[in-house]
Design a protein around this ligand. Structure first.
Ligand SMILES: [Zn+2]
Length: 211
C-alpha cells in the first residue's frame, strides 16, 4: 500500500534509472541512526564526511538515493571502524531497516496472515515480496530468491557489498524472524566483496545456521 507521506521505501516503483541505479533511502538513514547509537555523533560525522555525505546528517534523504552514495557510506563504515564494530554497526542498520519495513511498508493484515501460516508457506510469500522489491536493497544488482529448506537469496553484482554483507543479512533476518519464524537464521555463504560472482544468503528456519 503506497504511503505518500512516508519517505520513499519498499513500496515505491523504480524511477530515475536513466541517471544511475538507486536504492531506498533507509540504506543511508538507518546507517546514520545505527552509527549514532553505537559509535556516537563524532564518529558518525567522520564516516559520513569521508563518504562525501555530510549533508545527509543535517537533512536525511526523503526519497531514493544513488546506489553509489549508499555504497560509499557502507564502505566508509568498514574503512573507519575495526572489523567487529563495523559489522555490528552495519547489522544494526540492517535491523533498523527491517523494523522500518515492518512498521511502514507491509500492511498489518498481511503481517498477521503471514504469522498465522506455516513457516514454509509464509517464507514462500515473503520471498516473493522481497524479490518484487529487490531494487530497494540491490539497486543495479540482480536478485534471485528460492524458497525452500533452506531459502536462498542471491544478489549478483551487489553494489552495496561489504565483507559478508551484515546489512543485507540483518534486513533479511529481521523480516524472516518477525513474519516467518523467530528461529530463522541468515548466513552469508558467498560474497561479491571477496570476489564471488554473487552474494548468497542462506536462510534456515529451524534455528540452526547454515555452514
Ligand atoms: Zn556480500
Amino acid at each position: 500500500m503506497p504511503d505518500t507521506h512516508m519517505p520513499a521505501g519498499i513500496d515505491q516503483e523504480p524511477f530515475s534509472r536513466a541517471d544511475g541505479a538507486r536504492v531506498g533511502p533507509n540504506a543511508v538513514i538507518q546507517t546514520a541512526e545505527a552509527l549514532e547509537a553505537l559509535e556516537g555523533e563524532g564518529a558518525t560525522a567522520v564516516i559520513f564526511g569521508a563518504a562525501g555525505l555530510a549533508h545527509y546528517l543535517a537533512s536525511p534523504p526523503a526519497s531514493m538515493v544513488a546506489e553509489s552514495e549508499a555504497a560509499r557510506l557502507h564502505h566508509a563504515v568498514f574503512a573507519h571502524l575495526p572489523p567487529d564494530r563495523a559489522r555490528a554497526a552495519s547489522a544494526e542498520a540492517g535491523r533498523r531497516t527491517g523494523d522500518y519495513i515492518l512498521a511502514h511498508r507491509l500492511p498489518g493484515p498481511v503481517q498477521h496472515i503471514l504469522k498465522l501460516l506455516p513457516p514454509k508457506l509464509s517464507a514462500k510469500i515473503l520471498m516473493k515480496a522481497i524479490e518484487k522489491h529487490a531494487w530497494t536493497f540491490a539497486g543495479s544488482g540482480q536478485m534471485t530468491g528460492r524458497a525452500g529448506a533452506p531459502c536462498v537469496i542471491e544478489i549478483a553484482n551487489n553494489p552495496l557489498a561489504t565483507p559478508d554483507c551484515p546489512w543485507h543479512s540483518a534486513v533479511f533476518e529481521r523480516l524472516f524472524q518477525e513474519l516467518v519464524t523467530p528461529r530463522a537464521r541468515v548466513t552469508s555463504t558467498a560474497c561479491c566483496h571477496r570476489g564471488d560472482p554473487v552474494c548468497r544468503f542462506v536462510i534456515t528456519l529451524d534455528g540452526r545456521r547454515a555452514s
